[in-house]
Each structure stands twice: as C-alpha cells, then as structure tokens.
Design a binder for this molecule. Structure first.
Ligand code: MN
Ligand code: MN
Length: 357
C-alpha cells in the first residue's frame, strides 16, 4: 500500500537520536535555544500563564510612591490610566487596564520582531495614575500629566493603557514638553474635533489640542484607519496638514504601502504612537465605546505596527478597551497583543534601545 510506506529507517534513527531519550528537552536551533535560555528558568519550567499576580504583559511590577516616585533603572514604564470621563458614547474604558492585566500568554518572545521585550528592556508595570477625583475630567487630566512627567523626567519612556482617548493630550503635555513630536495615530476616528456639549477635552478632540498647544507637529502626523459618520468633525486634520488614511483606502493601498508612507513621513524624528482599539473592526474588537463597522483586521493591525520597527519612539498608548462589551475577551486580547508589539518596537527605538548587556 503506497500510502503506508514506512519512514526510511535511517531517517527515523536520526530523528530518534536527536529528539528523544536524553535529548528530549534539547532545542537544537541556536536562535531558538537562545530564546529558551531566556524564558525558561533553570529548573526547566516557565511560570504558569494562569497563575500569580497579574500585570500588564506579565512584566515585573514596581510599587510607586507617587509623592516621591522612583523609576530608577527603568527604560519603559507601563502605566494604567483607568479614566473614562471623556467618552461621548458608551463608557467603561476605565476598566481597560484591569482587562489587559488579566490577559495571559502574550509573549514573552516576539518571533516577528525578533525580541523578548520584557527581557530586552528594563520595563515594569508601575501601576495606575493616582487620581485625586473620580468625578473631574479636568483634575484627572492634570493628574495624568503629573504622573507621566515624573516618568519622563526620569528618562523613562511611558507606555500607557487607557482609559478613553482623551488621556493622550495630558500624556503629550508631559512627553512633548520640550517641543513637538511626530504622531502615528491608528483609530477609526481622527479625534481632532471641537467642543462638544461645552467640553473641549473629551476623547474626540485630543489631537486638535495637541497641535494647538504645540505638542505634535501636524506635518509629521499620520492618522490611519479612519471611517464612519463622524467624518464631518475632522476638518482640522486636513487643514493642519495631517496625513489621513481612511479604512476604505487600506485594501487598495496594501499595508506595506501604508507602512512606507509612515516611515517616510516621520523619518528618524521622535514619534509618539497612539493606538485606539476601535481601529479594529468590531468583529475583532467589539469591546469599545464607539465601534465602527469596516475596520482593520487583527492581522492587518499587527502587520502595520510591526512595520514600524526602528522608528524613534518616545512613548505610546493603547486606549479605549471597554471590557463590559467584550463578551469573549477578544478585544482585551487584541489590545494586549498590540501593547506587546508596541513595547517590542521600543527595543529598537534609538531613544530607548535594548538593555545594555
Ligand atoms: Mn480615539
Ligand atoms: Mn476611535
């Protein structure tokens, strides 16, 4: 019977000698063996992904005394920003940081970007922004700026988890205090709107104010994935000179072309990356406050973000995960994976760089 021919004995003997008996635990390929040596502890096990205290990307935690914060020795601080007082529709992204902390089995190895970011970088989950009031958007924004300014003053790059998208403005007030940065912004919405119900600093307008306050350079800002019925609110993006790529264009352009546009636009300038989970189609990320049909697939989003390797990142955020609309936890899962990819990019950022040694 032709389909039951035995594996040639010499080939079976070769495989048995190499992969069984005393060699059953050996990883032969040098690069994979190097990864294993860094993620498997000397006793031969890995920490169980479902056990232990939770943290963002299972990074080490550091308890911060916010009256005298100490970020010494860190290169990147993962910061929770559980605040959603700026939403225009469904609330709940205040639970975003907790939702991402519950996601297990993200990393630690990134085969696509060839790094182990929680090992390659001195990184810690530093907990959440300490808020004076759960009721005041204005003081919440002040508290965010103060916390991120302390991180930046220590020479550490902030990577924040929202929270609604209004948090990017107070973060940029700290990150770009010395001058404007480029912005790579992935979102269903441009978030360059004006006042709404008498409030300017809601989640639909942080990047208008970031330009007006001199925090981002609109000529070196790109917004990707934009779609939906809020288009009439986004004239500021075009008028200020931002590059806007709508979701409807992405299929025709292809992700490699979008990556090339980003890379040529920002070059080696300092860049802040802001990722709104609602850029993903609600099929992939229903757990968000203002979902828009017709968005990116997770595969497109990962290809896009991985294309930013080597950009001069100085900080980033992942916002708008609202777990109560996320029955499957897929949204938090996608959010945690994208956070992991952004952290991985930081390994290759000239402003941050891999840990010495
Ligand atoms: Mn947004
Ligand atoms: Mn959005």
């Amino acid at each position: 019977m032709a389909n039951r021919e035995p594996v040639p004995p010499e080939e079976l003997a070769r495989l048995r000698a190499k992969y069984s008996g005393d060699n059953v635990g050996v990883i032969h390929q040098p690069e994979f063996a190097r990864v294993a040596s860094r993620v498997i502890d000397p006793s031969g096990t890995r920490s169980a992904p479902f056990a232990g205290l939770t943290s963002l990307l299972s990074a080490p935690t550091r308890r911060i005394d916010w009256s005298a914060p100490d970020f010494a020795g860190l290169q990147v601080a993962l910061l929770g920003v559980p605040m959603d007082l700026g939403v225009s529709n469904r609330n709940g992204s205040r639970f975003g940081p907790r939702a991402l902390r519950t996601i297990e089995r993200i990393g630690p190895y990134n085969p696509n970007l060839d790094c182990i970011p929680t090992v390659d970088l001195a990184v810690a989950d530093v907990g959440d922004v300490p808020f004076r009031s759960r009721f005041s958007l204005e003081t919440a924004h002040e508290d965010i700026t103060r916390a991120v300014a302390a991180i930046v003053a220590a020479g550490v790059a902030p990577l924040s988890v929202g929270g609604d998208h209004s948090i990017s403005l107070p973060i940029l007030r700290a990150v770009a205090a010395d001058g404007p940065v480029c912005l790579v912004h992935i979102d269903a919405h441009c978030d360059t709107g004006g006042a709404f119900d008498g409030e300017r600093f809601h989640h639909g307008g942080p990047f208008r104010h970031a330009v007006l306050e001199g925090l981002i350079d609109p000529a070196h800002t790109i917004q990707i994935g934009i779609r939906g019925s809020s288009e009439y609110l986004w004239e500021f993006s075009v008028d200020s000179g931002m590059t806007v790529i709508h979701a409807e264009e992405i299929g025709g352009l292809g992700i490699p072309a979008v990556i090339e546009t980003v890379r040529s636009l920002v070059g080696n300038r300092p860049v802040y990356l802001s990722y709104d989970i609602d850029s993903l189609d609600p099929a992939f990320a229903p757990g968000t406050g203002t979902p828009e049909i017709g968005g990116l697939t997770t595969r497109e989003a990962l290809e896009l973000v991985r294309g930013f390797r080597g950009l001069n990142l100085v900080g980033g955020d992942l916002v708008e995960v609202a777990p109560q609309y996320d029955a499957t936890t897929n949204t938090a899962h996608a959010g945690a994976q994208l956070l992991f990819e952004i952290l991985s990019l930081m390994v290759f950022s000239p402003s941050i760089g891999a840990r010495a040694g």
